[in-house]
Design a protein around this ligand. Sequence first.
Ligand SMILES: Cc1cc2nc3c(=O)[nH]c(=O)nc-3n(C[C@H](O)[C@H](O)[C@H](O)COP(=O)(O)OP(=O)(O)OC[C@H]3O[C@@H](n4cnc5c(N)ncnc54)[C@H](O)[C@@H]3O)c2cc1C
Ligand code: SF4
Ligand code: SF4
Ligand code: SF4
Length: 380
Amino acid sequence: MFDEICVHEDCTGCSACFSVCPKGCICMVTDREGFLRPVIDKTQCIECGKCRSVCPVNREWKDDGKVLAAYAGVNKNIDIRVRSSSGGLFSAFAEAVLKTGGAVVGAGFDEDFSVMHKVCTDVNALEEMRRSKYAQSRIGTAYQDVKTLLDAGKNVLFCGTPCQVGGLLTFLGKEYHNLYTVDFICHGVPSPAVWERYIGFRKEKAQAEITDVSFRSKETGWKCYSLHIDFADDSVYSAKVSDDLYLRSFLMDMNLRPSCYQCQFKQIHRQSDITLADLWGAECMVKDWNDDKGVSLVLIHSAGGQRLMELCSDNTEIVPVSLETAIANNPSITKSVSRPALRDAFMSDVNRIPFDKLHEKYCGNNLGARIRRKIAALMK
Ligand SMILES: Cc1cc2nc3c(=O)[nH]c(=O)nc-3n(C[C@H](O)[C@H](O)[C@H](O)COP(=O)(O)OP(=O)(O)OC[C@H]3O[C@@H](n4cnc5c(N)ncnc54)[C@H](O)[C@@H]3O)c2cc1C
Ligand code: SF4
Ligand code: SF4
Ligand code: SF4
């Protein structure tokens, strides 16, 4: 009997193993940093090996280096574009698939604002799925739900991190002409436990329950976005990316999953049909697109991706761009971020000290924090 399905540090928590196990003897359990990991009930396991063979981390993906097309894109509906992280292309794809009577599977919130994948069949429920959520999303039964819908002949759009798309494809194990997969250029995913701590801290400060969250509010612009939280007593918390404690720890790479520092899914050509991203520097590539409301980079990898683009052509404005220029401003497409020397100390202090003190200690701009980071980096 094997001890682990894949190398511990490489496990992305994609849940393909959990979804495939014929005995249902794998549970996804929260580890001490707050990330989900598979745990096998060895008394029930029949050693069929399916979990190991579907694990996308154990596969060698072939990168043929070929990108069929690179575009700058925006959703023509300005309200939807403003309520999306980038140019609102996800929403255009989703509406096109829903119009065919199909389903969209993407990241939404559960009742306590933890992030989870959900199935959506109604255009009014899309609002919750819009925008990036900077915490790892739980897959739960989403892969099984996708399979059931596909087998019933429905068109399905699945949107998730590259490792989640990898997990879905290995779980399905065969091609479906009615499946569209969309991933994005992925910086990495923060721990759900850190997010939970942070919203607990905000609720305590506001003395009110949270009613809505946007990690990517454009009230201060697309380039300099804000984290925005609405509370039940109509009060609001809003802080720019450079000032918010949680976003700073995300962008300083303190709270990411271990696999994100050595990501095996970073390449230009992907298994997905389409890769989305922020097209930073769009104003230099597409004349007149300089309203700071967001522009998407769209990389089409397959004929299915091309079909999806055509399905929503009435709702989108698309301009071809040079791939080299487009990705020059977005190194996360091929490179993992470095693991900060103080990352493990930050993670082990998350539940020990209040969030503002934690931030001050590890991510602050005060002299003490800067010296601590410098010494840790030198020692590393
Ligand atoms: C954790 C994370 C890191 C990212 N890193 C980068 C980066 O380094 N560079 C870059 O250019 N772009 C990055 N993006 C993608 C970018 O922010 C936009 O999401 C993307 O360009 C699509 O924008 P949109 O306007 O078309 O649609 P949006 O409406 O913004 O896209 C929403 C869809 O994204 C998916 N999604 C949102 N949060 C999650 C999550 N936690 N897990 C899985 N799927 C999720 C959902 O399925 C959701 O429906 C990242 C996104 C996330 C979630
Ligand atoms: S070997 Fe088979 S039965 Fe055992 S945990 Fe893996 S998938 Fe489940
Ligand atoms: S299938 Fe996914 S969750 Fe399971 S071990 Fe592999 S990477 Fe981890
Ligand atoms: S960086 Fe890689 S391992 Fe981490 S969430 Fe993104 S695709 Fe998955």
